[in-house]
Design a protein around this ligand. Structure first.
Ligand code: PLP
Length: 419
């Protein structure tokens, strides 16, 4: 799909009049004011094009316009949602699994922290300084105390610092463990955090909004073990609209203990008349939710089952190889580059001072954008950067590339990106 496809869409079966068609033509022109997210040349933010099958299923279902808030609003798509949640649950090792789709990772994480707070009143949220900012913000929304855990030199949660906080906690806290941090793509040591459960009492929430699907990948043992520890977490968030080939509006929350559905209990006199079963409206914080998201994800997972080494896993493997390949080439071409753990590659021009290097990196980013290659920038702190330089500014601006598409695994592309 590219911009020309947008104008070529005919919608011939829809009852559109001339005025409607003219407006759509105008919209197609307005939509050109975007980066080319669908193209190989877009390797900037965490944005991946949805699969055409997902788009088609989403659009097809929009004609029914089901609302998965309750069975009254979407019988078929509620059944599809339960199926996809079961499959996601099986992937992470939750059998059984209670969960549902959300509008995205932010809502799913909010819900996970809320369930944690319902299960342990007066609890505190502990998350690393590299965790997504949504955790501190949502703790504020929920009125829960939040404490930041420092990271180690590579950007993963410092487990010794966590242990000190656990030892000092009077009420069991919620520890947020990120499998795939947003900035550097690092995997927090979940297996080590789980091991601390022998000494301390606490709840584990895994934010795998971006990294969760890498559970299916072939990773080095030191990373793989942390994905293998997922069944020990109390809740997990995975976003199908990141690596799962879905249009935006598709996150998910998975709970290990189905009995936690009781926290959602409410007594609505108007919505639920058609079934005596526990339905999705009784285990969600959001009320209206699009059945289109469930249908699109279900269709995609029919084609790409969540199997280790299956065709979906192979696509993810390409992304991992792309990040490693770009990293290796960056080093060969005289850049600094951090060894990628997942599919995010960080690199920087070499230089003497943080101000000067940041200026060079910004100029590189602009030059590439003018050549039609779209990257991102990231601010890193002194402790995250292993090379010697003169720190005359608080942060160093480096180049960040998220290589989410199989087409990114292409040496010719890495050469264009770095030259
Ligand atoms: C680790 C992590 N958690 C949460 C989020 C927030 O997800 P969303 O943008 O879908 O609300 C992101 C987004 O990048 C993320 O990377």
């Amino acid at each position: 799909m590219n911009w020309n496809h947008l104008k070529a869409l005919q919608f011939s079966d829809l009852p559109l009049d001339k005025e409607d068609r003219a407006i759509l033509e105008e919209l197609a022109v307005r939509l050109k004011d975007n980066y080319p997210y669908y193209a190989q040349e877009y390797a900037g933010q965490m944005i991946k094009p949805p699969h055409a099958l997902a788009q088609a299923a989403h659009w097809m279902t929009s004609f029914v316009n089901p609302n998965n808030h309750a069975l009254d609003g979407g019988r078929a798509t509620s059944a599809l949602e339960l199926e996809v949640i079961e499959q996601l649950g099986t992937m992470v090792g939750y059998t059984p699994c209670l969960g549902h789709l959300t509008s995205g990772g932010t809502m799913a994480n909010l819900e996970a922290l809320w369930v944690g707070r319902q299960s342990i009143p007066k609890t505190t949220v502990l998350a690393s300084s590299a965790s997504h900012y949504t955790h501190s913000r949502m703790s504020e929304v929920l009125g829960m105390p939040f404490k930041e855990i420092p990271t180690d030199a590579e950007g993963r949660m410092d487990v010794e610092a966590l242990e000190q906080l656990l030892a000092a906690s009077e009420v069991p806290p919620i520890v947020v463990v990120t499998l795939g941090t947003t900035g550097l793509g690092k995997v927090d040591p979940l297996a080590d955090v789980v091991a601390l459960k022998e000494k301390y009492s606490f709840r584990i929430h895994v934010d795998a909004a971006y990294g969760g699907y890498f559970k299916l990948s072939q990773l080095p043992e030191e990373t793989q073990q942390h994905f293998e520890a997922m069944p020990h977490a109390d809740s997990i968030v995975i976003d199908p609209h990141k690596h799962g080939l879905q249009p935006y509006g598709c996150g998910s929350i998975l709970l290990k203990n189905p009995a936690e559905g009781r926290f959602y209990k409410h007594d609505s006199p108007y919505t639920y008349f058609t079934s005596g079963e526990l339905h999705l409206g009784e285990i969600t914080l959001e009320c209206s939710r699009p059945g289109t998201a469930a249908a699109a994800l279900w269709a995609t997972m029919k084609k790409f089952p969540l199997e280790k080494d299956g065709r979906f896993a192979k696509r993810l493997q390409e992304s991992l190889l792309a990040a490693k390949g770009l990293h290796k080439r960056a080093l060969e071409q005289g850049f600094w580059s951090l060894d990628p753990e997942l599919d995010i590659c960080i690199f920087s021009s070499k230089g003497t001072s943080s101000t000067e290097i940041s200026i060079q990196n910004r100029a590189f980013f602009e030059r590439k954008a003018n050549e039609g290659i779209h990257l991102a920038l990231l601010k890193v702190q002194r402790e995250q950067w292993p090379w010697d330089l003169q720190w005359d500014s608080e942060e160093l601006v480096v180049v960040r590339s998220v290589l989410m598409k199989p087409e990114h695994n292409d040496p010719a592309f890495w050469a264009r990106l770095l030259d």
